[in-house]
Every structure is written in C-alpha cells, then in structure tokens.
Unconditional design. Structure first.
Ligand SMILES: [Zn+2]
Length: 301
C-alpha cells in the first residue's frame, strides 16, 4: 500500500530554544459544587489568556459564504472554498499556533466537534487539543506538507497529571517510551483510554469518513492493545489497525500528535483522494446516501 506523504512540522514542534516562548503558567479549574465537571489543569501560554473561548483574530473566523464547503484537489496541493472555522469551546482548545489556520470542510469540523463531545461525555473535564487544520481558502500552509484542502487536522494527546487529573498542555508534547511526558514541571501520562475513545469516535463518525491517522508506531501499538483489552468489536479493531499508520521513515515521528485526514466528501466533485478507499467506507457512504435520499429503486420491492 502506498502511504500518503506527510511532513507535519508546524512551528510549535520546533525545539523550545529556537523560538520565543512566553512564560508558562497554570490554571487549575476547580469543579463547581454539584457540577459534573472535574478539576482540570490547563497550561496556558500567556497570563492574559482566558482558559476558554479565545477569540480568533479578526478576519480569521468571519462567517464563510453560505453554502456547503468544497475540498478541491489533494491535501498536498489543493484549495478549500466555503470552509467552516473550528472555534474554541468548552470541548475544544487550540494549541499555540496560528489562529487563522482552523478552517476545514463541514465534514471535518463537524467530526472534530462530535469526537470531542464523545470523549467529554464519558470523561468530563477533558477538552480536545487541536492543532492546525487549513487556511481559510486552503493552499500552501507554513510548516505542513499537506493540510491544503480542509481535510487534515492535528490533535494533541489526552494526558493526566500525577494526581490523575486531566491536563491540557498549551502545545504538543512528546510522549516517552514509558508513556510519560514532561511539561511545566509536571510528569504527565498518556491517557490511553481517552485517546482510544477519540480514535473510535473518528472512525465511527456518521458524516465524515476517516482516511488515516498517523502516529508513532509505539503509540499505535498502545492504542490497539487497549482496544483489544476492552473487547471492542473485531471489525472496529480491524478498521483501526488499517487507519492508524506509522510515519514513513525520515518523516516527523509523530510522538507528540495525531495527524488525521478524512476522505473526500462525496459531494466535493473536484476533491481527489489518494490510495485505496476501504470497503467499510464505501458501505458507510452507501448507507448515508440511502438515509438522505431514501432506498434506491433496485432496493424497492
Ligand atoms: Zn498534520
């Protein structure tokens, strides 16, 4: 199988000493009495930055033209028209990156929101860490070889701290062989349960068809072993094992984030996929079309 060429090395992957970094502070958000939320440590990039709902710079998040998004061309050479902006929310936070680069297709942005909600529904207090998607109109984007037509997104990992509390780093953090990560004086642990839940939610999304998730081979192994250990259906396990890909030799090792891509939405006529379309994706598309349009004539008695 020919794998997709990837080189996701956004600005925030650079070694800390090669860029200016604002002093890091932490905020611990305590649960309200009788609230369903749990305490969560949030590592913020700047003292003035509120913990949620950071506003994008003007012009970045202006409402798009009405109509459905169109992904055009390929992830490595493409465009995005009528895209949708992924805002920060109580479920989603952006890493310290270019706030203008959070545009995606309707399907991708919807899938990210639904996946974040699925994880939070089972594990309250955890927001999904999201890196860049695409620029508003797509095209070349600094630090990425792909991310050009609204179908790619980078996700930070879910972590817990020494006390088992959800921890939100303000940037992507490398995970070591023993599943720990070090940031801001904290020893974090890769939260395999929540990270698997994210993969599962993306794989089973009803509107977007997951194409690939690139992540380090060792993290891939942890996730698949976890899926086995909790007894997920065999089909789901098989789908995950095909979608989760190790980075190609010489590429970014993806020890600090997932790179995810969805297939071309069937409605986007000028969008071009690369590589095979899995049979379960074809089946999901057929089922979706039937829901929208009703059974085909051949299926009608
Ligand atoms: Zn990426």
């Amino acid at each position: 199988m020919r794998l997709v060429s990837l080189a996701c090395v956004p600005f925030f992957f650079l070694p800390l000493d090669t860029r200016q970094v604002a002093p890091l502070i932490e905020e611990v958000v305590e649960a309200e009495p009788e609230s369903e939320t749990v305490p969560v440590r949030r590592q913020l990039a700047e003292a003035s930055e509120p913990p949620t709902h950071r506003a994008a710079p003007s012009g970045c998040s202006a409402p798009p033209a009405p109509g459905e998004s169109q992904s055009i061309g390929r992830p490595t050479r493409g465009e995005l028209t009528k895209g949708r902006f992924l805002r920060e929310s109580e479920l989603i936070h952006h890493v310290d990156s270019d706030e203008c680069n959070y545009w995606g297709t309707d399907e991708l942005v919807g899938a990210i929101r639904r996946a974040a909600a699925a994880v939070a529904a089972e594990h309250p207090g955890h927001r999904l860490t999201v890196g860049e998607l695409s620029q508003r109109g797509g095209g070349d984007i600094r630090g990425h070889a792909s991310h050009e037509n609204g179908r790619d997104v980078d996700f930070g990992f879910y972590f817990v701290d020494e006390e088992g509390l959800p921890f939100e780093p303000s940037r992507f953090v490398d995970v070591r062989r023993d599943r720990t990560a070090h940031v801001g004086g904290h020893e974090l642990t890769f939260d395999v349960e929540r990270n698997w839940r994210l993969i599962e939610a993306l794989l089973t999304d009803e509107e977007a068809d997951l194409n690939i998730i690139v992540v380090s081979g060792r993290i891939r192994d942890w996730l698949l072993a976890h899926a086995r250990s909790i007894g997920v259906p065999d089909a789901l396990y098989q789908h995950a094992s095909r979608v989760l890909l190790r980075p190609r030799r010489g590429r970014h090792p993806h020890r600090n984030h997932f790179h995810a891509r969805i297939y071309c939405p069937p409605s986007d006529a000028e969008c071009r996929d690369r590589g095979r379309v899995w049979d379960w994706v074809e089946q999901a598309r057929a089922a979706r079309a039937e829901r929208l349009e009703g059974p085909s004539e051949a299926a009608t008695p």
